[in-house]
Design a protein around this ligand. Structure first.
Ligand code: PHE
Length: 358
């Protein structure tokens, strides 16, 4: 008897090529290499071949076997790479794509704008490079005021304006009050101005560039209760519903009366005590741990007050007919208070371990 190995090889290759899915290929593999498969049946027939030819045919069958094994393995690899509805594994976990996160300052700006928009405040943005006149003079700050000294304010090289004086980097967002009064010309005004501020300080709670949000409300019959109400609303919305606010007398040139606003500490809920151990036998008083964030239960939010009549006049608004309130708070500061961040420089470190937590 004769065995046509070349013809058998053609058949085997056809089988492999025509297997178009992994399951089909596995069936082909059994048909070719299985116990009752093509190769084994060829080997079994060897004994019927005349002895002189048996050796060569045997060698050819074994070579065919090796070739079939190689081809099947190659095809297996090819099919498992190919994704079609026949070999897709729907239970396999997906490849996760690393997404970026918004910067905490951006998140806070969005939150703050949205809280004040519910009170009817519009979001404004005023120049980062400002005239001295708008940042100081119109805000009732005399020429001799210490904040105007170049130790506190960054002056920009350039031609001074004949009326508005030198160019500076905004040391606070309060010049936005005047710009908004100039823009609208007439109350009602409800504005939130968010911008970058510059002061030459660098430590755990100050960076030379930081952000402020400035609120301004001017209308007929506006008084301190409206201010307190708006601050309470903001504090509860931003820091949590149990947050309390208090006003402490202070001084600003552009408000009268002026206050500093405190909120009850977000870490110890205004108690001044952070943690009490319950499972020790000693007296409770001994176990009280002073809150490291606030020390006395209150955290300082920033400055506020009733807009000074001279400021309304600078803005072209009649202080007899209208009154208003304003505040200016630091954004980095409110985030620190909300999350208990202890070093402001983290915001600008570019350290993803810090930034991606927000
Ligand atoms: N401009 C003040 C500051 O930067 C904050 C402030 C704004 C105070 C508005 C009162 C009213 O500290």
């Amino acid at each position: 008897m004769e065995i046509d190995v070349t013809n058998e090889k053609k058949k085997a290759i056809d089988f492999i090529v025509n297997s178009s899915s992994l399951s089909e290929l596995i069936k082909t593999e059994t048909e070719l290499l299985g116990r009752n498969g093509l190769i084994n049946s060829l080997l079994k027939q060897l004994k019927n071949i005349i002895p002189e030819k048996r050796k060569t045919v045997g060698i050819n069958i074994n070579a065919l076997k090796q070739e079939v094994i190689t081809l099947i393995n190659q095809k297996k690899q090819l099919l498992s790479q190919k994704i079609d509805d026949k070999n897709i594994d729907v239970t396999m976990p997906g490849t996760s794509i690393k997404t970026g996160t918004l910067h905490p300052i951006t998140i806070a700006i969005t939150e703050i704008s949205s809280i004040f928009s519910k009170l009817g405040f519009i979001r404004m943005s005023y120049p980062e490079v400002e005239w001295e006149y708008l940042a100081f003079d119109t805000l009732n700050m005399p020429k001799t005021h210490p904040a105007r000294d170049d130790f506190e304010t960054t002056f920009v090289n350039g031609e001074p304006h004949p009326t508005y004086g030198k160019m500076i980097l905004t040391p606070h967002t309060s010049s936005g009050q005047i710009r908004e009064m100039w823009r609208l010309k007439k109350p009602p005004i409800r504005m939130i101005n968010i911008g970058k501020c510059y002061r030459p300080n660098w430590d755990a709670t100050h960076t030379p560039m930081f952000h402020q949000f400035e609120g301004l409300c001017v209308d007929t019959d506006i008084n301190i209760t409206h201010l307190k109400g708006a601050l309470d609303y903001f504090a509860k919305e931003y820091f949590g519903e149990n947050t309390q606010t208090r006003l402490r007398p202070h001084h600003f040139q552009f408000t009268e009366p002026s206050f500093e606003v405190d909120i009850s500490c977000t870490m110890c809920q205004g108690t001044g005590i952070l943690r009490q151990s319950r499972d020790s036998g000693t007296s409770q008083d001994d176990l009280k741990v002073k809150c490291k964030i606030c020390k006395s239960g209150w955290l300082e939010l920033g400055g506020t007050g009733m807009v000074h009549p001279n400021v309304l006049i600078s803005g072209g608004i009649d202080p007899i007919k209208y009154s208003g309130w304003a505040f200016g708070f630091g954004i980095e500061r409110v985030i620190m208070m909300k999350y208990g961040v202890d070093d402001i420089r983290n915001y600008y470190s570019g350290d993803m371990r810090f930034l991606s937590q927000f």
